[in-house]
Write a protein that binds this ligand. Structure first.
Ligand code: ZN
Length: 67
């Protein structure tokens, strides 16, 4: 049994069945987790909010060329 790192409810999967790169969704808190390691099991939270907005970030980051 695998517990949600966020709310500690049962994710209803078996640890032995997981592979690296798999995505688990918690039905309790709605979070998604990627399996980044299986021995020991390691989950990292997937946030799909940050990822697509590269354009806006690029604008802000060319303010000061300290290089
Ligand atoms: Zn949860």
């Amino acid at each position: 049994m695998v517990l949600c790192p966020e709310c500690e409810s049962d994710l209803d999967v078996e640890e032995e069945e997981l592979d690296e790169g798999e995505i688990l969704s918690c039905t309790e808190c709605g979070s998604d987790f990627e399996v980044v390691g299986v021995e020991p099991l390691e989950l990292t939270k997937v946030s799909d909010e940050d990822d697509d907005d590269d354009e806006e970030d690029a604008k802000e980051s060319d303010e000061d060329g300290d290089y």
